[in-house]
Design a protein around this ligand. Structure first.
Ligand code: HEC
Ligand code: HEC
Length: 324
């Protein structure tokens, strides 16, 4: 047997496996150009245009290479629906009237119109459904996943799967995922990054200081966001009656910490220490927000059924859910 050849073949195989496993290409800069899609109605969205790649995702000094979603929406009937979906995504209360129940837009948590890696981008999501979800205990279609964000993140009502709103959103996501591998549930930049457990237990007390120093300037000292003169939020509310409810993914301290670390302060993702991200997430999620729509009428029961150790459900103030 020719040892040197066998060894070098193994080494090659090894490095190929590492590349495939981590989807990392050492030394290669992320090639994603600043996104340029249709005009947006959302001033907050404008702020987020063309952000640099998220430093949090560049582990060990190696840049990840992310999927490049298409830039140009086609000028035809299909493109019209894509644009409608983008409008719903970036100004949800206006374009999904009756379904959105708060002051948020989809794009507030899915930055850069749903294009930004590590901000639960639509291109990575679209190819990952249908999928089994622990939250619902069954296989959910992509439409059902979107319905979940309407009920919890948007504190609203789920648009029916065959509604115009749903059709437009699905078309927008489909367009953005053009060329992405169907069934690849682990595309680099999918979801929000998972942070390692912090050295110290997350502390809302320390988080209040992180908030005052890094977040209050935009989200307001009271966390309730800031509106433009047209009544629309320029800086979205982090808690209070116009924010996500106690059933939303963002109310979990670990999910919020990952989102914040990668994406906040806006334009300076990756600048907070992990500990600061955990602490400010704990602070944000110990504030009042609307009741979990799955509330059974009994706090302890709802807590046990739907909430784990990653949140303060039942320990922090709960606001009534809007009627209608
Ligand atoms: C308050 C923040 C917030 C808002 C607003 C929000 N989402 Fe989400 N969204 C999340 C979180 C948190 C997740 C879970 C991400 C994870 O598991 O890493 C998520 C997940 C998703 C996913 C699945 C992502 C994946 O890779 O599986 C889709 C699709 C999605 N949201 C679409 C929407 C749409 C459409 C809207 C508007 C109707 C919306 N979201 C509004 C926070 C939000
Ligand atoms: C420079 C202004 C700015 C700063 C500073 C900032 N944010 Fe944001 N934040 C925004 C904007 C704008 C959005 C919505 C992004 C979009 O729509 O593209 C946002 C979105 C969010 C969201 C999701 C939407 C919501 O309302 O729940 C959270 C959570 C959040 N920020 C937390 C924080 C935290 C925590 C800090 C401090 C560590 C922070 N932000 C600092 C501007 C800022």
């Amino acid at each position: 047997m020719n040892y040197p050849r066998a060894i070098s073949a193994l080494a090659l195989l090894g490095s190929a496996l590492i590349l495939a496993g981590c989807q990392e290409k050492p030394g290669e800069e992320q090639a994603r150009p600043a996104a340029q899609t249709a005009a947006t109605q959302s001033p907050a969205g404008e702020l987020a245009r063309g952000l640099p790649p998220t430093p949090a995702a560049q582990s060990g000094g190696k840049a990840l290479t992310y999927f490049n979603p298409p830039e140009k929406i086609p000028d035809n009937e299909f493109g019209k629906l894509v644009r409608q979906g983008e409008l719903i995504f970036t100004d949800t209360p206006t374009y999904a009237k009756g379904f959105a129940g708060n002051g948020l837009n989809c794009a507030n948590c899915h930055i850069d119109h749903g294009r930004q890696p590590n901000s639960a981008p639509l291109w990575a999501a679209y190819v990952s459904y249908p999928a089994f979800r622990k939250k619902t205990g069954e296989v959910n279609s992509f439409e059902e996943r979107l319905q979940g964000c309407f009920m919890y993140s948007m504190n609203g009502k789920a648009p029916p799967a065959d509604s115009e709103v749903m059709k437009a959103l699905v078309t927008y996501a489909y367009w953005m995922a053009e060329g992405a591998p169907v069934g690849d549930t682990k595309m680099a930049g999918r979801g929000y990054p998972e942070l390692d457990k912090p050295a110290q237990e997350p502390s809302a007390e320390r988080g209040a200081k992180v908030f005052a120093a890094n977040c209050a300037v935009c989200h307001g000292a009271n966390g309730l966001g800031q509106k433009a003169s047209n009544g629309k939020y320029v800086f979205p509310p982090l808690w209070g009656p116009d924010s996500f409810n106690w059933g939303a993914g963002m109310h979990r301290i670990n999910t919020a910490a990952g989102f914040i670390k990668a994406n906040m302060p806006l334009g300076k993702g990756g600048s907070l220490s992990d500990q600061d991200a955990w602490d400010v997430a704990a602070y944000m999620n110990s504030q009042p927000r609307p009741q979990d729509p799955r509330f059974t009428g009994n706090l302890a029961e709802t807590d046990k059924k739907y909430h784990d150790e990653n949140c303060y459900y039942g320990e922090a103030p709960i606001l009534p859910r809007k009627k209608g």
